[in-house]
Design a protein around this ligand. Sequence first.
Ligand code: SF4
Length: 409
Amino acid sequence: MKLPTRSKSYMIPEYSLTGDLLSFLTCNLQYRYQNKGTLPPSKPVQRWFGEFIHGVLEEAFIEWKENNTEFPWDWKEDIRPIEDLIDLRLQVRGLYPHDEDLFYSILNQPDNDLTIDDLNEHDHKKLASARAEKAINIWGKHLFPLIDSSELLIKGIRQMPNYDKNKSRSNYYGINGVVDVLTSMKINDLEQTTLDTFDNEIIRFLKKDPDFQKRVSEFGEEDYEIIIDYKGMKRPPVKVTNEKIEDKWETHKQQILTYSWLRSKQEEAKPIIAGIIFYLNELVPSKEDLVLIKDELNNDLTDVGLEFESDVDLINNWEEEDKAPELSDEFKIARSIRVINVNDEETNTALLKFDSVVSNIEESLIKEMKGCKIQEAWKADSDERTCSACDFKTFCKNNSVKTKDFKIP
Ligand code: SF4
């Protein structure tokens, strides 16, 4: 009797929007070591803040839903316990803040006599805390009443680009992502503002966007959805002057468009009309952020800011060694929100871009599987800022930062 042989396992490679697309575009080789080699970065401060602010907003929303706590929230009483909880969750995963970013956790620390009353004004002003407070009190109060679901996992499948049955690993690949927030609204409510939306800053921004209005008029009386994403960073420049620098403005748009395609494949989805990105560092910019904002305002590299003349003067008169200028809330709010209109043509372009990134990753992976050396299979190319924070700069042949001063102790 001939025993049947087990068929070859069928595996569809999975790619995530943030973990793969954004990370691969930053630097192919760094992506290979960090994601495929599962080597976590040694100083993941940027990642810490991103995860911290997402966690704080998610937890704040749950708290608001349960207790309907009125805004503005008190930092010490309402916000600090949430920060503490998220900080501890991140510590378990090996992610720690810098001292200047956050007061260290006081919960569950046996050798620690500190209580919440030991916190002072200085701790409140630490960067991550100040941003968390502004994010909740400025955007939370407008956003939370609009939320339909949060942290929504979306998945989809696409044909493998440049599929070759003798070379490719699979004929399909999977895309996944997590939508921070999904809001659902009725167009009639938006037009007549019968919701309690008259004072809603988010609706106000949407209503003054002409592309958004045009899209609304195409939809008739349907319900629709808006995808919302938080970013723990400043508003990126609208164009990049150095081709080595990743065009974050464009990749964030592609991310929203790809999310909207993935969401549209889910059964209960309503038409997705737009996406909103909140750039939360804009609410409390660091000195490093201010240097970049100043440069972008003066070189026509940003789409929001120049209309606030007094804020522009304050920024132009500010030097790095000075105290941060007191910018107006209007300036900070306008810079922290970006509306991205969703349309089929641009969504298709974003998906093709994702396909081409997957194709490049697959090509490098297959080269490596066939025995090619890692540094030859994956392109190493990034800007000076990324290279100087990269853990692999000491042995990467193409890094933009000279490491001749590096000494082994
Ligand atoms: S040093 Fe620069 S080019 Fe090399 S892997 Fe790191 S980010 Fe990429």
